[in-house]
Design a protein around this ligand. Structure first.
Ligand SMILES: [Zn+2]
Ligand SMILES: [Zn+2]
Length: 104
């Protein structure tokens, strides 16, 4: 199967080639729309993903986002936290904890 990406949003007329928002349509070789991604800037950029549930499965890398709020959580410090940018469990704290654990 081949996939095609088509940017549907028009270029901003006054801007220098940038877009006010992005709308990207992904289709397959049968011209079926598989997914539509909308990206709208703002105070916080809003990303909307719509998929055709018969053709696609939405998978967002939520496993890599740590939701734990306990900075001393042993589970997270040892294995669970896979987010390298985690503010609750920074990389150096994880390294420290893993070292301690090994030497116990
Ligand atoms: Zn935790
Ligand atoms: Zn974490």
């Amino acid at each position: 199967m081949k996939l095609y990406g088509n940017i549907k949003s028009e270029r901003a007329e006054k801007g220098q080639g940038g877009n006010d928002f992005l709308e990207i349509e992904i289709t397959n070789d049968k011209r079926q729309e598989i997914a539509l991604i909308k990206i709208v800037p703002g105070e916080k950029i809003k990303v909307t993903i719509e998929i055709d549930k018969d053709l696609a499965e939405l998978e967002i890398g939520r496993d890599s986002i740590c939701k734990c709020t306990d900075p001393l959580c042993a589970k997270c410090l040892l294995v669970n936290c896979k987010d390298p940018n985690c503010k609750v469990h920074p990389e150096n704290k994880k390294m420290e904890f893993r070292k301690l654990y090994k030497n116990r």
